[in-house]
Design a binder for this molecule. Structure first.
Ligand code: PBG
Length: 325
């Protein structure tokens, strides 16, 4: 038996296993999404996403304090306005939900890194991510003007980083130019570059009340069957000035993450979306699967090449890592 290759030698106990472990998760890898609503005293669990809540601004401040205590330094904000209209006015109003939230959060906790999702679907009455033409298509170039306005209003309220998720063509360039012109040249853009038209956003759309009232998003989000196209999207976004790029969703798109990592050297973010979260969370809660599966699925994203993970599991993981370390 002399010629056997004994790979098990390096698996004999946890000390040696952790020494040779190739991929590790750290709380620094995570961005935690938060949903903000109008009102006071609201912390209401979202029916489609266990342990994820709608917060009014006063209550989100308490949550941010807790996140900082857990070592989470960065959040991604989604606003759910009371009023919606055709052109998503609440998305860029000075006193809009996100603008108010960012101001309050940054005032009380200047150390938390605030990223604002930049999209129109939570704010438009039709639920599409842009401005419609008379025949109900999303008008790309008209939408850019609105995205620019939203970006400026988010930057003015104190956002540290802007994350456009609308999938219009040319939006990174448009937003970069307008930010630079208005004195925000140091605000980075994290672009949802390869964002697929995925069914895994279902629980989020319920949470954000952002499902399209008619049609679907297939004329702007990517075809689920494509990966060459993802590389083109990423390439164009980098050319246009993106500082970080996102692949979304994550778990069913690990091949895209891997290709993105081997083709580009820019911080690569995996968005572990709501459907991926809810499936696993409810399976764990119902005792169908062991909770270690959460760690396993997040490790798979890093193993594929993600540098950073946006995840509703960030808090669970932070708690776990605190126990381990
Ligand atoms: C806004 C947006 C969506 C998500 C993030 N930003 C929904 C969508 O495109 O329909 C999904 C996030 C998730 O499912 O966790 N456009």
């Amino acid at each position: 038996m002399k010629d056997i290759r004994r790979t098990r030698r390096l698996r004999r106990n946890s000390a040696i296993r952790s020494m040779v472990r190739e991929t590790k998760l750290s709380v620094d890898d995570f961005i935690y999404p938060l949903f903000i609503v109008e009102g006071k005293g609201i912390k209401k669990e979202i029916h489609s996403m266990e342990d994820v809540y709608h917060y009014s601004i006063d209550m989100v401040l308490k949550e941010v304090e807790e996140l900082l205590r857990l070592g989470i330094k960065s959040i991604l904000l989604f606003g759910i306005p009371d009023q919606k209209d055709e052109i998503g006015t609440e998305a860029y109003r000075e006193e809009g939900i996100i603008q108010k939230a960012v101001k309050k959060i940054k005032k009380q906790f200047p150390e938390i890194y605030v990223i604002t999702d930049l999209c129109m679907c939570e704010y438009t009455s039709h639920g599409h991510c842009g401005i419609l033409t008379n025949d109900g298509e999303v008008d790309n170039d008209k939408t850019l003007e609105y995205l620019g306005k939203i970006a400026i209003s988010q930057a003015e309220s104190g956002a540290d980083m802007i994350a456009p998720s609308d999938m219009m063509d040319g939006r990174v360039k448009y937003i970069r130019n307008i930010l630079d012109e208005q004195g925000f040249k140091n605000i980075p853009i994290m672009s949802y570059s390869a964002k697929y038209a995925s069914s895994f956003y279902g629980p989020f759309r319920y949470a954000a009340d952002s499902a399209p009232v008619f049609g679907d998003r297939e004329s702007y989000q990517m075809d689920i069957a494509n990966t060459d196209e993802a590389l083109r999207e990423i390439e164009y976004d980098i050319e246009e000035g993106a500082d970080m790029i996102i692949v979304k969703p994550a778990l069913s798109y690990l091949d895209v993450i891997q290709r993105a990592k081997s083709n580009f050297n820019i911080p690569l973010v995996a968005y572990n979306v709501s459907g991926e979260y809810s499936i696993l969370k409810s399976a764990v809660k119902n005792g169908i699967i062991n909770e270690d599966a959460i760690m396993e699925s997040l490790i798979s994203m890093k193993r594929a090449g993600a540098d950073i993970i946006i995840s509703y599991f960030a808090k669970d993981i932070a708690k776990k890592l605190q126990v381990y370390n």
